[in-house]
Design a protein around this ligand. Structure first.
Ligand SMILES: [Zn+2]
Length: 109
């Protein structure tokens, strides 16, 4: 079975499609249920807040919106680009993620 979300919280990803293409950021939240992720500084929506007792003048709040994980690719720190990655089992039994482009071990899976 294929996991709907291939990236994890803390990963640096690049948006590969849509009007935010090329933007990079850290994955803040992963929602496996609907296959969406929230990435720092990407898909930021401005929301105009009505004045409340806490904020008497109202204001604009910026908030990252979730988008489908398929629109983002992991960024390899060695080649510095958005890459596909695979998994490999090391001799000591550790499962790691490797960059399909340069073969570098990204981290433990
Ligand atoms: Zn690489």
């Amino acid at each position: 079975m294929r996991l709907p979300v291939h990236v994890r919280r803390g990963d640096t990803v690049e948006v590969i499609t849509g009007k935010h293409r090329g933007k990079r950021g850290k994955v803040l939240r992963v929602s496996p249920k609907d296959g969406r992720i929230i990435v720092e500084g990407v898909m930021v929506a401005k929301r105009h807040m009505k004045p409340t007792q806490k904020m008497p003048s109202g204001g604009i709040v910026e908030k990252e919106m979730a988008f489908p994980a398929g629109k983002a690719m992991l960024v390899c720190t060695r080649c510095g680009r958005a890459v596909r990655f695979g998994h490999r089992l090391l001799e000591d039994g550790t499962k790691v993620r490797i960059c399909r482009h340069c073969g570098e071990i990204i981290d433990k899976a």
